[in-house]
Every structure is written in C-alpha cells, then in structure tokens.
Design a binder for this molecule. Sequence first.
Ligand code: FE2
Length: 163
Amino acid sequence: MAIFESLKNKRETMYKYRRVKVTNPLTEWNERYVLSIDNHQEIMEALAHFCKKQKIKAGEITGIGAISEATFRFLDPATKKYVDKTFAEQMEITNVTGNISVKDGEPYLHVHLTCSRRDYTCVGGHLLSARINGACELIVTDFGLTHLGRRPDAETGLNLYDF
Ligand SMILES: [Fe+2]
C-alpha cells in the first residue's frame, strides 16, 4: 500500500500543478501494473473495468499493441462540436498515452492513441474506442490519490481537472 504526501496546489502564469511525493515501503515508487488486455477486446472498456476493480482514482497509462479498428474524436474549438472518425483496418499502436481521474463517481479515462497503418503512415487522436487484434500491453500507474476529479469547462467545452 502506497503512503503518499501531497503538497499544496500551485499556480503559475501559464499552468497549475500539484506536486505529489509517493513512497511505497517496498518499491519506493507508485503502485504500477503491467496490464495485458485480451485479444479482440475493446481497450477503453477493459481499462475502465480495470481501474474500477483496482480502485484507481488517479494515474497514468502508457502502452503499445495492435488493433483492427479505432475511433477517434476531434473537438473543433470554434464550434465546440465533436467530429468522430473510425479507421477500420489493421494498425500497430505506436503509442497509447492517457490519464485516469474520476467524474460522477466513475473512472474518467482521457486517452490518446497513435497507430501506424500498413503503409507506415500514422493516424491518431483522442481515443473513443479501439478493438485489439494482436495484443495490447499497458503500464498503468496508480498515483495513490483518493480523488482527482473533473468538471465541465464552458470556455473550452472540455472536462478539465477540478483542482
Ligand atoms: Fe483528448
């Protein structure tokens, strides 16, 4: 079980941040998981299930893998309208990067994915869903926080960190 101490939130001109020091008596690091999701599963669904089961309230996700389909969402800042696009073809996940927080009592996963096609060009973006066809190997880090929330932001149309 991680023992953590968090310092006060700080704000600079261009950003805000929270410094968190995590000390695990055994590993001297955050709680980390190697997560291998089964073939043909949908990544976001599996991740949400994992976070709920492990009671992860705040953390980060990185990984690689292979998929047969991915749907991305693009937010047009001018109209604040979402445009979704699906790529239904075999692709290598060159990178999954995401963060874990909580909204309305449920895991809130903000995940971006980049993948390469057969011709080695890449597509990517804000991930809505991706179907594994091969493997999906992730590292999930649990920061050990009891809560890291989200709230809707009128200016951007996004759910931003609530701290
Ligand atoms: Fe995003």
